[in-house]
Design a protein around this ligand. Structure first.
Ligand SMILES: *Cc1c(COP(=O)(O)O)cnc(C)c1O
Length: 373
């Protein structure tokens, strides 16, 4: 049996009869950049996340940049970022000319550890970026308290957490501004690059709208410095169709997670993901940890599964503070033990709503076989 890590073809086939005409409509109207399909999607996406504004942009990375840029982050500032995340979270800060300051994650959720944030705050700190990694919200309340106490901003990176909930409320409207990614493999994926910035702040929304479109309020009237971070019409059309299915797909992911948990709970060789009491996890990724034998055992497991036709992933093998591009920041191995242990022993299992019960059963059986050897 073959179990790919992700299979986007099954999903496309299931909605082809809606997607194809939506794309054809863009071709017929030649509304290739922004336009009605994008603004309709923005309205729906904002509504779904109970947030006042949504601006469609060119990628999640550009959304990370825009959120901080619109909030006034600039050269000389510091931005607190979890060490355990995808590199693009840190690009939000660096593209503003600011310096990312890394903080370890907590062992339960693998998200930024609120207890370790205050020690990283200096006079230069302008913002904290909370990433809802793997689809599970970060613990926002203590982070909000810290941000208020130090008069700094709180921003959410929701690239992996569409429709995830923190204490019963969807993420994306729970901070000063948030960014989403619609990279094809994300829980809500475009058919190309795409992203969004969401906020409840009218002024921030107005600035993001200008920044994404050359700093213009009207065409050829450039009020401020900007960039071209606009969403394409075809992506807006695809996302508008797919958004209507997202509840079903999110439930599908949660069902897959439940089945993995059920079939793997007996082995004490691994640590399963933990859904925190405050969180509704949307399982962008299903990351388990190998308890004994370190990275060597983890790599052996990946190889074994691969030999059985099962693809797995590593999220993320090199923590941000140990990335060569941040060498100049002077971090050392050993500084963020929780993040480093996850990098060495974490492994992501195949996860998508369309994976079959047979495939899930086969993955779990193979894992159990590996540890029984
Ligand atoms: C995917 C991702 C991004 C970047 O999104 P792109 O659309 O690929 O630019 C940012 N942050 C996190 C946590 C991500 O997973």
């Amino acid at each position: 049996m073959q179990v790919p890590f992700l299979d986007l073809k099954i999903q496309y086939k299931s909605i082809k009869n809606e997607i194809d005409p939506a794309i054809q409509n863009i071709l017929d109207n030649t509304a290739f950049v922004l336009g009605k399909a994008v603004s309709d999607f923005e309205t729906e996406f904002a509504h779904e996340h109970a947030v006042k504004h949504c601006l469609g942009v060119s990628s999640g990375t550009d959304g990370n940049h825009l959120a901080l840029w619109a909030l006034g982050v600039k050269a000389g500032d510091e931005v607190i970022v979890p060490a355990n995340t995808f590199i693009a979270t840190a690009w939000g800060a660096t593209l503003c000319g600011a310096t990312p300051v890394f903080v370890d994650c907590e062992p339960g959720s693998y998200n930024i550890d609120p207890n370790k944030v205050e020690a990283a705050i200096t006079k230069k700190t302008k913002a904290i970026v909370a990433v809802h990694l793997y689809g599970q919200p970060a613990d926002l309340d203590p982070l909000k308290e810290i941000a208020a106490k130090h008069k700094i901003l709180l921003v959410e990176d929701c690239a992996q957490s569409h429709f995830a909930e923190y204490k019963g409320r969807r993420v994306g409207g729970l901070s000063d501004a948030a960014s989403f990614s619609f990279y094809p493999g994300k829980n809500l994926g475009a058919y190309g690059e795409g992203g969004a910035v969401t906020t409840n702040n009218d002024e921030v929304a107005k600035i993001v709208k200008m920044l994404r479109d050359h700093g213009a309020v009207q065409k050829y009237n450039h009020e401020i410095l900007g960039h071209n971070y606009r969403m394409e019409g075809i992506q807006g059309a695809v996302l508008g169709v797919k958004l209507k299915h997202l509840n079903k797909w999110t439930n599908g992911r949660r069902n897959v997670a439940q089945k993995y948990n059920e079939l793997l709970k007996k082995t004490d060789a691994i640590t399963l993901p933990k859904e925190m009491s405050y969180a509704k996890h949307v399982y962008h990724l299903f990351v388990i940890k190998v308890n004994n034998g370190g990275s060597q055992k983890r790599d052996e497991l990946a190889q074994y599964l691969n030999s059985k036709g099962i693809s797995t992933g590593l999220h993320y093998p090199i923590p941000l503070h140990l990335q060569p591009c941040f060498r100049n920041l002077g971090y050392k191995k050993g500084q963020f033990p929780v993040t480093e242990s996850l990098a060495e022993t974490g492994i992501s299992l195949p996860m998508y709503p369309e994976i079959t019960d047979e495939q899930i059963g086969y993955v779990c059986e193979s894992i159990n076989q590996f540890f029984a050897k």
